[in-house]
Design a protein around this ligand. Structure first.
Ligand SMILES: [Zn+2]
Length: 475
């Protein structure tokens, strides 16, 4: 590690946190660095202490959970260990949508309720609140998991992401912080064209990031683009993929093209990083100090290797507790210990979200996660939506209408927003359906395009879009 990196990590970073009043983030980071190596039993004791505190708090201050305990004929004091949590019912997304305010702790200070919301890639979007302290522990958890991929505070990184909300604000203070501490190059993959992919290729050669953080499909698409054109890719130290399913063949191609290992990660807006790979790539270690994760199959705990529903209890968000939240993804526990020496439990696999890129009428490629977040996620009344594409420039929506669905307004919004992102000439069609179940593999299908990857072939032309799209310039 260079002197500069040491200065950033040990002096500038804690000093910046101190000045901004976020010093607890530093404390959490130090704690998580230590606890990841605790013996498994001590880790479970830590989880149990945190769970007890959460349950007592939720019972005393959240109307929703008080009622839930009463109906189950239980009080928090009657639970004797982590396994007893299974005596409480699961928390469904629809319950959060319908009764959100009853989950918020009574008399919690308003200034400490940070609003957030999810996209719509695994169902209808939902909104929720975090405390400032939870935001800090989430940031600290992300930093710890980044370090497993060789990515520390102060290292240069490039972010291939399609999320305008996650971009640094255009103000001098965040700019200074980004320049010295975060040092990130944002490459918006929400909308892609051949011109833009070439610009990103050149920007990476200039910026020379240590690590790339990418939507899995964006990394794949970029890798195929470079590979098909025989361009010599910039070679980072590692690539962290997230937010989408990473198939083994896709990982192999990304690793081959960029000549570095891929570290897969699983997370969501509701609880941030859930699990990620360490340097042994033998499954994904759970962020167990902040989350108690269960895998449930037919109402019981799944055996190792057995696919079941992922159920999460956020141990550290007391502002709006999420207890036994069925997140909508399926996963399975890994068997045995990881050679890295960390005793954080490991997920062997997660059957995540299928969010293919879609092709606009002018040949632009638009990220499925981007559409889930910034089109469907902005309009909860739409309910749950799937997108299918078999011809470039055409999309068919399958809509499971939400409780507050208003046909004229919601369909107008859907068409206008789709044309804004995919292009004005997009042909749009839709069906109403009663259910949008996961696929047999357990994966959630949000968007499927049988033509998107074809559009990367040289000569097939990912053309310049009909109008120049607003996007942040690389560098
Ligand atoms: Zn490990």
């Amino acid at each position: 590690m260079s002197l500069y990196q040491r200065l950033v990590r040990d002096v500038l970073y804690p000093a910046a946190l101190w000045r901004s009043g976020d010093f607890n983030q530093w404390r959490y980071l130090r704690e998580f660095e230590r606890t990841q190596y605790l013996p498994a039993e001590e880790l479970r004791q830590l989880q149990w202490r945190r769970l007890q505190a959460l349950l007592h708090h939720a019972y005393a201050r959240c109307e929703f959970y008080r009622e839930r305990f009463d109906r189950a004929g239980l009080t928090p004091g009657e639970l004797r260990g982590l396994e007893d949590l299974g005596r409480l019912p699961l928390l469904e997304k629809s319950e959060i949508q319908e009764q959100r305010d009853r989950l918020v702790a009574r008399d919690w200070p308003r200034h400490d309720l940070l609003p957030n919301h999810t996209g719509g890639s695994t169902g209808a979007p939902l909104s929720f609140f975090l405390s400032n302290d939870r935001l800090r522990s989430r940031n600290a958890a992300t930093t710890r998991h980044n370090r497993w991929a060789g990515w520390d505070v102060g290292d240069k990184s490039a972010v291939l992401w399609g999320a305008p909300r996650d971009l640094p604000a255009n103000r001098w203070r965040p700019w200074l912080r980004n320049t010295i501490l975060d040092r990130q190059l944002f490459l918006d993959t929400g909308h892609l064209t051949e011109t833009r992919l070439l610009a990103y290729h050149e920007a990476l050669q200039r910026f020379r990031p240590k690590v790339m953080l990418a939507y899995a499909r964006s990394a794949l698409l970029f890798a195929r683009f470079l590979h098909d054109r025989n361009l010599k890719p910039y070679r980072p130290h590692s690539i962290v993929t997230s937010a989408e399913v990473l198939e083994p063949a896709d990982r192999a191609l990304i690793e081959q093209v960029f000549g570095c290992p891929v570290f897969n990660r699983y997370g969501c807006r509701e609880v941030s990083v859930i699990a990620s790979e360490c340097e042994h790539h033998a499954g994904l270690h759970v962020m167990a100090e902040g989350l108690y994760v269960e895998i449930v199959k037919d109402g019981r705990a799944a055996q190792p290797g057995e696919l079941g529903s992922i159920v999460i209890t956020d141990l550290l968000n007391h502002a709006m507790p999420l207890i036994r939240y069925r997140i909508g993804d399926l996963g399975a526990w890994a068997v045995g210990d990881c050679p890295c020496g960390r005793h954080l439990p490991r997920l062997q696999q997660v059957a995540g979200r299928v969010t293919d890129f879609l092709v606009g009428p002018d040949g632009r490629l638009v990220s499925g996660v981007f559409l889930a977040t910034y089109l469907i996620g902005q309009r909860p009344s739409l309910g749950q939506v799937q997108l299918v594409q078999e011809v470039a420039g055409q999309v068919r929506f399958r809509i499971k209408r939400g409780a507050n669905f208003r046909e004229a307004e919601d369909l107008d919004f859907l068409q206008a927003a789709t044309r804004r992102h995919l292009g004005a000439a997009t042909v749009i069609d839709w069906d109403f359906v009663n259910d949008l179940p996961p696929e047999a593999s357990g994966k959630h299908l949000f968007s499927r395009s049988s033509v998107a990857l074809e559009y990367l072939r040289p000569g097939k032309a990912v053309r310049q879009p009909e109008e120049e799209l607003a996007c942040p310039r690389p560098n």
